[in-house]
Design a protein around this ligand. Structure first.
Ligand code: SAH
Length: 238
């Protein structure tokens, strides 16, 4: 069964490469549903709200046109500027870890394509997202607007510093990897809040769940991962 699915995906990519008919929206919807079953539920994602959001947001709208046919493959995809849209499973896993409530306000570092921000926007009231590469930020903002996500605020800048004017946040999700947890993000997390963040070097990183309780941080490592490194503004380079 899985082999057949893989073959169909490869066939779709080949067709796209030959300039044939683009994949229809209904085909994408079927691929999306299969992604939720085979890549998410099968690996233990069980939060119904997260699964519904993953089943709703059209990932194909967030990838460049020439990779669109592979939108529901089980991996990251390039989005230009040396950056990627994350693997669907990682997006779902990190979102589930945040245990979001509809009234929560969340900060994302690393807008990239805007896909993760759209998933968050399905689940909660206000999403603040920071991207350091200006054209990516603008492109993500345009995509989110086109799809009607009015509760996502995108800012161009260095996410290491967080977004003090919009703080504090109930949850913070970091989708690029610093070598240590940025103190400004810890400071901008509400008491009782949760942060999901990959920490490490270019080669080996661990995803951490940090929970702030009575001013103390409780930390647990959850998954080995590989994200693009967190870049710093030129003036910040050591
Ligand atoms: N969440 C994204 C994927 C992120 S890829 C999505 O759903 O598509 C990581 C992103 O982090 C890249 O776009 C990269 O440019 C951005 N990034 C790297 N360092 C950053 C920093 N210091 N501040 C903000 N964004 C940063």
């Amino acid at each position: 069964m899985r082999r057949v699915a893989q073959f169909l995906v490869l066939a779709a990519i080949a067709a796209a490469g030959c300039g044939q008919k683009p994949t229809a929206a209904s085909d994408f919807a079927a691929q999306r549903q299969r992604m939720v079953t085979e890549q998410l539920k099968a690996r233990g994602i069980s939060d119904e709200r997260v699964l519904n959001a993953m089943n709703k947001v059209p990932r194909e709208e967030f990838v460049p046109p020439d990779s669109r046919a592979g939108s529901y493959e089980d991996g990251p995809l390039p989005i230009g500027y040396g950056q990627t849209i994350s693997q669907p499973y990682i997006v779902a896993f990190m979102t589930e870890q945040l245990r979001l409530k509809p009234s929560d306000r969340v900060l994302e570092i690393g807008t990239g394509s805007g896909y993760q921000a759209a998933i968050l926007a399905e689940l909660m009231s206000q999403v603040y997202s920071i991207e350091i590469v200006e054209p990516l930020a603008k492109n993500a903002e345009a995509t989110l607007q086109r799809l009607g996500y009015e509760n996502v605020h995108v800012k161009i800048g260095d996410g290491y510093k967080g977004w003090p004017e919009a703080a504090p946040f109930d949850a913070i999700i970091v989708t690029c990897a610093p070598d240590r947890v940025p103190q400004p993000l810890v400071d901008q997390l509400k008491d009782g809040g949760r942060m999901v963040i990959p920490v490490g070097d270019r080669i080996a990183q661990e995803l951490y769940l940090l929970e702030k309780k009575n001013g103390q941080l409780k930390q647990s490592a959850t998954l080995p991962v590989r994200f693009v490194p967190m870049a710093r503004e030129a003036s910040e380079h050591k």
